[in-house]
Design a protein around this ligand. Structure first.
Ligand code: GLY
Length: 301
């Protein structure tokens, strides 16, 4: 089977002055994942590495560069899923960790559980020798400035007005030479969220889904909308009904908009290795590998 990979670096209004950084970041992530697949590596390794690369890149709202919550803290969410076995690992509302997708992978592989949250997830990371860090290591000046501005706004709530704020959740979906599909998603969530808020990203079927029988998906955008329609599972179910990857991605985004007036983006790989993506936001950052093995990275919109 010919492997393939698609990654996203968020969908919302992506500020013009950061377009080049988003393109460079998603391209680097796709290159890292593609390198794994080209050397016979697994889809799981490819999506973990691709997502980790974007967690390390301060341009995205994941890992380093994550948004601050109302208490001025960073709490991150992530998940990874194996389409061969439907095994999954996820973390939610966990502090002081640079690569939550790696922790999610260890939870998937080394425990009987699927999801660990908050302090328990942190303690487990420590036990497994996954490096913890101070919040300062994850916090970038852009987010401190945003937090200070939002503190001044009386009665702030996230709107659909597409202000150039980050919704730069990151994700990757891949299929490997053996035909195994994997998906992963990671996020700092939405800015100025309530402490303890968990978004769609670590919720199976919402932020990501992978099943060798149908395909894999990773979502980005407004978590409270994505989780209401199980966006990733909705899209992979559409693949299972015979829809093509591009058509299924577009249909799932349309469905979210029609049912809950939700906004976001989705990447998809079907079990034959066709890719698709769709969004109903002003922009989406996406990178994919074409049939000749060339990587394309773009801000769509
Ligand atoms: N999609 C990311 C979040 O809402 O947390």
């Amino acid at each position: 089977m010919k492997p393939t990979l698609i990654v996203h670096g968020g969908a919302w209004r992506i500020a013009e002055e950061t377009h080049a950084d988003h393109i460079a970041g998603t391209r680097a992530a796709a290159q890292a994942g593609w390198h794994v697949l080209c050397h016979g590596g697994s889809a799981l390794d490819a999506v973990e590495i691709a997502v980790s690369a974007m967690e390390d890149d301060p341009v995205f709202d994941a890992g380093v560069g994550s948004v601050l919550n109302r208490a001025g803290d960073i709490e991150v969410d992530a998940m990874i899923m194996d389409g061969r076995t439907l095994a999954l690992g996820a973390v939610a509302a966990v502090r002081g960790i640079k690569n939550p997708v790696r922790l999610a992978r260890v939870i998937m592989q080394d425990t009987d559980h699927c999801v660990l949250v908050a302090e328990g997830a942190r303690r487990f990371a420590e036990e497994k020798g996954i490096r913890l860090c101070a919040a300062a290591e994850l916090t970038v000046p852009r987010e401190i400035e945003r937090f200070r501005k939002l503190q001044e706004v009386p009665d702030y709530h996230l709107s659909d007005e597409f202000t150039p704020d980050p919704m730069d959740t990151v994700g990757a979906v891949a299929i490997d030479q053996a035909g195994n599909i994997a998906a992963a998603t990671s996020t700092g969530g939405v800015h100025f969220k309530l402490p303890g808020r968990v978004g769609d990203s670590p919720l199976v079927g919402s932020g990501a889904y992978a099943d060798n029988l149908t395909g894999g998906a990773s979502a980005t955008g407004h978590g409270e909308s994505i989780m209401r329609v199980l966006l990733s599972k909705t899209a992979t179910d559409a693949l299972g009904r015979g829809m093509g990857a591009q058509a299924a991605a577009e249909w799932a985004i349309r469905h979210m908009h029609e049912r809950v007036n939700g906004y976001g983006g989705l990447i998809l790989v079907d079990h034959r290795g066709n890719t698709g993506f769709a969004y109903n936001t002003p922009h989406m950052a996406v990178a994919w590998v074409d049939a000749r093995g060339e990587i394309h990275a773009q801000i769509k919109g």
